[in-house]
Design a protein around this ligand. Sequence first.
Ligand code: CA
Length: 436
Amino acid sequence: MNQTHDPALVSWVESAQGHPDFPIQNLPLGIFRRRNSGDPPGIGVAIGDQILSLAATRAILGIPRGPVGQACEEQSLNHVMALGRSHWSALRADVSALLASGSRASRPGTADRILVPMQEAELFVPARIRDYTDFYASVHHATNVGSMFRPDNPLLPNYKWIPIGYHGRASSLVVSGTTVRRPKGQLKAPEADQPVYAASGALDYEAELGCFVGPGNHLGEPVPLQSAEEHLFGVCLVNDWSARDIQTWEYQPLGPFLAKNFATTISPWVVTLEALEPFRVPAFKRAEGDPEPLPYLQTSDNQTRGGLDLQLEVYLSTARMRAHGIDPLRLSRATTVHLYWTLAQMLTHHTSNGCNLQPGDLFATGTVSGPTKDSRGCLLELTWRGREPLTLPGGETRSFLEDGDEVILRASCEQPGKVRIGLGECRGTVMPAVAS
Ligand code: CA
C-alpha cells in the first residue's frame, strides 16, 4: 500500500468525504462526456458526486504526466490499460495529489474547469472490449445450479481442477442504464414434442464481478501465475442477463449461446486493482479432500493474497413498486471471498494454452453466490428454478423477471480502519420482446 491508500487523506472535492463509493482512496476510471454537449468522450475519474476530466487537467495543469498522461487524451481506456502497472500507479499518484486538499487544482477558476457533476454526465462502456469471457468461479453457484439438473451429481468432476468458462459476446456488452430487450428464442417445454420460437418466459440476471485485462500476452505465450496481476487492470460490475428457458434447450453439448449473448450490462467505473489493495485476502480455503490446484495455478502469493473481500448486492425494482414509491428490494448479498478461483488464476488459466489476451478484454467471474440462501446471485437459485417464487413489497411475486423490472447491482469493500470504496451501480430495465 502507499500514500494513495492513506485513510487520513482528504479531498478538496467536498462530496468525496464519506462518499459510499468514490472517496479519494478509490479514484476509479471511466469514459464520460457532458450530456448533450456533443463533445468527444474522454477519460474521467469519479470523485464524490463529481467527475475529474483528465483531458482538462492535462490541458490546464499538465497533469497527468508522461506516457500515461498522453494515453489519458484517448476516448477509451485501452491505451492506459496497455501501458502496465507502473504507469497505472503513476497515474493514480498524480490524480490523488491533484484531488488532495490544498492542491493547486482546487483554486477557483481551475476547479470548475476540470470537474463535471456526475448528474450532468453521460457514461460509456469504458474500453473497446474486443473479447469477453465468462467464468463459473463460485462453487456455491455451480453446486446449486448443478443440483437442480443433476441432483445426485451436482458438481462435475472437472470443477475443482479447472476454472470453467466460455467465450461470451463482446458486441452486446452495454453500459449501466441501457434498457435490455427480452429475447426471443427456441423454447421447449419438457412435455412438448417440439420447440416453439417465442419470447423468453424465464429471464434472469446474474450478479458477477468483471475484470479488465491490461497489457495482455502474445499468442502462444502463457502468462505465469506469478505475473498474472500485472495484467489485471481493474474491476467492474457485470450483469450476465440469462434466458433460462432458451438455455435449457440449447446448452448441450456446447454450452451457452443465444441464452446469454443478447445483452450483458457493465458498470461504467473501473476500480483499479491498486485501489482494491487494502481489501485483498487469502484465496478460497478449499475443503478437506479437495484437490490442490495444479502447479501452474498455484503460488504462495496467490494463496496468501489472491482473493478479494468485496460485497456484491442485487436489488430489484418493479414498475409497480416505482409507481407506488416503494424502494428497490435487496434480493441478495454475497462476497467474492467465496470464489473458488482467484482473478489471477482465471487469467493464467485463460492464457495457459497460449490464447492471447489484449488490452481492454473483459472477463467475468460468473454468478457470485455464497453458501446461504440470501447470498444467491441469480433468480434461478433464489426461486429454485421458479418453484419458490419471491414475494415483493406490495404483494407481487417473481419467479423470473417481468417487463419493466429494473435490476440494480452494487458492490463495495468495507473493513474496520479502512475507508470504504465502492464500484457504483450497474442498472438495467427489462423491455418487452419485439413484436412478432
Ligand atoms: Ca454468467
